[in-house]
Design a protein around this ligand. Structure first.
Ligand code: AMP
Length: 239
C-alpha cells in the first residue's frame, strides 16, 4: 500500500470533521490531526497558548501563521509522522498560502510531502443550516448534528458519555466572519495545490454524497491506480 498524506480543505461547516471521522473509521492505518481540535484542547486545558488562541477563535479570526504552524509541526513530529512511510490526514491546517508553503518546506527534508488535497465543495446555504445544529465532543473532536447525525443519548458523546457542547464560534456573527476568512484565504491555497497537481474538488450537498467519492479517491491512491472519475482534478483555473 502506498503511504497517503491527505489534507481536507473546505469552508467551516462543510463537513471536514465528519468526513475525517468516516475516513479514519474506514482506513484504520490513517490518523488525523486537526488544528482546530489542537487549539480547543489547549483552551480546555487553560494553557498559556490556549488563552491566546481563545482570543482569536472567539472573534472568528485566524491565528498567526507561525503560531499554528509550530503547534501542528510539533504534533506531527511527536507522533513520528515526519517520515516517508507515514500516512496521515490534516484537517484545518494549512489554511493560508504561507502555512502551506512552510509546511511543504518542513515536510520536504523527510520526504513526507502531502500526496492529495481534497476541497469539500458544499453550497453555502446548506452550510448555514448545518451549523445551527452542530455539537462537538471537545476531547475527541467528534462532531454531531441534531438533524442527521444525532448522538445516541441526547447531549452525550457516543463513545465516552461525556457532555457535548456548542462551539462558541458557531454563532451567526462569528460564523459569518469565519466564512469570509475562508473565501479570502482559500483561493491562493487551492491555486498552490492545483499547481502541484494534487488538488481534487469533491462536490455534494450531504456527507453521504461526498463520502463515497472521497473513499474511491483514497482507495485508488492507496493502490497506486491513478485518479478515478469521482472528482474534478482541479487546475489552477478552478481555484
Ligand atoms: P476549525 O475547527 O478548523 O474550524 O478552527 C476553529 C478556529 O481555530 C478557526 O476559526 C481559527 O480561529 C482557528 N484555527 C484553526 N486552524 C487554524 C489555522 N490553520 N490557521 C489559523 N487559525 C486556525
Amino acid at each position: 500500500m502506498n503511504p497517503i498524506r491527505l489534507l481536507l480543505l473546505g469552508a467551516p461547516g462543510s463537513g471536514k470533521g465528519t468526513q475525517t471521522s468516516r475516513l479514519l473509521a474506514h482506513f484504520k492505518h490513517i490518523q488525523s490531526v486537526s488544528s482546530g481540535d489542537l487549539l480547543r484542547l489547549q483552551i480546555q486545558r487553560k494553557t498559556e497558548l490556549g488563552k491566546i488562541a481563545a482570543q482569536y477563535i472567539s472573534k472568528g479570526a485566524l491565528l498567526p501563521d507561525a503560531f499554528v504552524t509550530e503547534l501542528v509541526h510539533n504534533e506531527l513530529s511527536s507522533r513520528g509522522w515526519l517520515s516517508p512511510s507515514s500516512s496521515f490526514l490534516l484537517d484545518g491546517f494549512p489554511r493560508t498560502l504561507k502555512q502551506a508553503k512552510t509546511l511543504r518546506s518542513k515536510l520536504a527534508p523527510h520526504k513526507a510531502a502531502l500526496t492529495m488535497v481534497f476541497e469539500l465543495d458544499v453550497p453555502e446555504s446548506v452550510i448555514l443550516e448545518r451549523i445551527e445544529n452542530r455539537y462537538v465532543h471537545v476531547p475527541s473532536g467528534r462532531v454531531y448534528n441534531l438533524t442527521y447525525n444525532p448522538p445516541k443519548v441526547a447531549g452525550k458523546d457516543d463513545v465516552t458519555g461525556e457532555p457535548l457542547t456548542k462551539r462558541p464560534d458557531d454563532t451567526v456573527e462569528v460564523f459569518g466572519r469565519r466564512l469570509d476568512n475562508y473565501r479570502e484565504t482559500s483561493a491562493p491555497l487551492k491555486e498552490f495545490y492545483a499547481k502541484l497537481g494534487i488538488l481534487h474538488r469533491v462536490s455534494g450537498e450531504t456527507s453521504d454524497i461526498i463520502f463515497p467519492k472521497l473513499l474511491s479517491l483514497v482507495e485508488n491512491s492507496l493502490n497506486g491506480s491513478g485518479t478515478p472519475e469521482t472528482s474534478e482534478k482541479s487546475t489552477t483555473r478552478d481555484a
